[in-house]
Ligand binder design. Sequence first.
Ligand code: ANZ
Length: 927
Amino acid sequence: MEYNFRAIEARWQAYWRAEDVYRVTEDPSRPPYYVLDMFPYPSGAGLHVGHPLGYIASDIFARYKRLRGFNVLHPMGYDAFGLPAEQYAIQTGQHPEVTTTENIRRYREQLDQIGFSFDWSREVRTSDPEYYKWTQWVFIKLFHSYYNNATGKAAPISELIAHFETEGTKGINVAESDALSFTAEEWRSWDKKKQMQTLMNYRLAYLGETMVNWCAALGTVLANDEVQDGVSVRGGHPVEQKKMQQWCLRVSAYAGRLLDSLNDLEWSESLKESQRNWIGKSEGAEVRFPLVGGDGAELTVFTTRVDTIYGVTFMVLAPESDYVPMVTTTEQQAAVDEYLAATRRRTERDRLSDRRVSGVFSGSYATNPLTGEAIPIWISDYVLAGYGTGAVMAVPAHDSRDFAFARHFGLPIIQVVVPEGEEATDPATWEESKDSKSGVLINSGIITGLSVTDAIAKMKAHITSEGLGQVKTNYRLRDAIFSRQRYWGEPFPIYYDADGTAHTISEDELPLCLPEVDKFLPTSDGQPPLGRAKGWHTAEGFPYELSTMPGFAGSSAYYLRYMDPHNDKALVGRDKNAYWRHVDLYVGGAEHATGHLIYSRFWNKFVYDLGLVVEDEPFRKLVNQGMIQGRSNFVYRIKDTNTFVSLGLKDQYDTTPIHVDVNIVYNDQLDLEAFRAWRPEYATADFILEDGKYICGWAVEKMSKSMYNVVNPDMIVERYGADTLRLYEMFLGPLEQSKPWDTNGIDGVHRFLRKLWGLYYSADGLRVTDTPATKEELKSLHKLIRKVTQDVEQFSFNTSVAAFMICINELQGMKTASREVLQPLLILLAPFAPHIAEELWHAIGEETTIVAAQWPECDEKLLVEDSFKYPVSFNGKTRFTIELPREASQDEIREAVLSADEAQKWLEGKTPKKVIIVLGRIINIVL
Ligand code: ANZ
């Protein structure tokens, strides 16, 4: 019987569906194991072979865990809100919902073909109101919460209000946008509007005036991780800095916890490191510099090097700093305005990476609190508004950016007497400065002779005790800007009263469904598309918020929802959450290191604080699959002709390489007819062949439509079957490495499956027998059990595939037909190639699905070698080896070695004085 993969795969997919074998329920008798893939955005292009890589790996693991007796949760869903569908809607008028539904249908079809073990009864779609109801619900909770630094967790804002009523801000230790200070009397004297405004300073979801990345072409604000090199990651449109009122999430409140609990996670060191850098903990001090003639007004700076305070020669403010209007003098106003206009065009990242020096003098001076000297205040975009206090004390002798700035503008450079352990820069190398003080070394008094660390500690103590400042830990992690001026996202559960004050709608009004609009464009007066919706207001007529939530909103808690997807009373039921607890294995792309993986950890910690979930961290173990790159093919057109020359002959002509669709190339050989049919202009193409073939050139590039190197999994499944695709994707190389897709090797993997088939079926039918297996056959099987078990546990799937190939060759060599070997072999294979495994499983007489079988255990005894090669030495010198049965006794060994032919030469007819035998090690003969 033939290996008819098409019929086999269709049969078992239908069977699994009909029997509902992948549906999972909470089962207290079995340990839970939760395997999750980062859910896809259903794009119009469908899946290419790169997408399923991670899904196949996680599917193998999920199936393996199930075979090992775990109750495995392995769900799938769709990150269904997002920009591409909306951009398409703008171009075509097609509602994004229609496009999204169609794309999802196509994704599902493609996923189904590959034979994944997803429990589709748990599918979630972020754009489904029954799903986003819970995204909105968490937002309401965030709005009504603040972060209490003292207890280290979120708490209801009502607690804070009660405190304000009686104490004002006295004694609070909370996460806040600005360090406000007011008394209970002041609080009580304020009207509702002012109180509500003040609360925005503390809420975990708040309206804040922030500098945002504004992308005019997309008509929306973007998060930092959605912008790269000054352009939007999606679409590559220019992004500029703009101050806008936006909904924000106070992610920064959780910075310390996000950092600390990273240590316990089973994530790669590199991923943890990129999160650590993104969170960016920095320990330093805030120091206050009084403004000269400022009536007690002060500038507060954040510094990690308070020890250098004697060397401060100027101050620098971020262009957006609130201090700027305060310090800009009338004479300098025009110059400052001009400078501010210029910096607005640059994103934070540009500013950080750019080494060009620019700046402007504000006209004012501040007093160094230690020396009493007046120092000029400058404005420059190397200081960032959102970090520290947005103001720095500049110490050009000790900081390279300050140094560059001082040199550029001719500002003084003063070196503090160098604490021990720090390299002194040679003043002679400082470029000439207009100021006579340049290059002076001054004695820093308090800290002379100390190491840098001790000097910092001592100066911190000094500053604190003198009341000049305080110790401060800063984090680079910014609050997340949560508003998007777009249509296709979750509406905010927010309305504005007559005063313009924001309120949440009540929980029982959820979900607040996305309204219909006539066009998906901003309104004529620049409002987001929701400004077009009719009736977009509460029953009382108060308008709803017009922006929508960003892409990462819906992905922040989806893993919780899968635990209990149809619960309409709670985000996740307590019992369900207590059973599944967390994601045990999370598989996805490394590009989510600082976006999704920060936001969802934050979101999880928040719902944990509310007591809604039992675990503080959502993802125990995380594996990043590598990227699959495209392998492009080229044809070579002779200039100004329609003639194409084969790779080996191309250097004899003047040619231009042209990308050719890889789907009409087989093992680098072009299908000439398919090429002529590909494009009208090639219909009349001529070819110069080598050995009767047209050989294409190739290169490894990103897999993309424009390079015609996209390989579609449907095509592979059609030609070779899903099992071949699954095995081949794993065989390409280590999971976590990026590697090119190369269809050339796929035949080998397919042949392997045919060979395997041949162990079960011959031309005459089933050849499996009940004859007991030989020792050698069992050894081959158990070697495989051991290897595959170890490899799967370590996510080394490529080496498992290789081990299967070796084993099948061995068994074929031994003409194995024994069920004792061929039955467990199928269980091992089932996670990798579930269809063929299920087919053969039933063929050999099993009646229930292989999906629920029991993973075989390796019997180490079978792997022990039966014989041992003893090295034989004479008077301590090894002369030869002799192979003897392991179970041979001392006497048998003595007998065998002394009568061996080789031994006679070294014995020289003598009788040995002694024969020393160490069983399983050596034999030494003393003459
Ligand atoms: C004086 C000084 C002397 C500094 C010296 C450094 C070296 P990290 O470690 O990244 O936290 N700084 C503070 N706020 C800033 C802002 N908003 N934009 C740009 N730079 C800012 O860096 C903290 C140091 O970066 C601070 O310590 C401050 O410069 C600068 F020899 O103060 B330092």
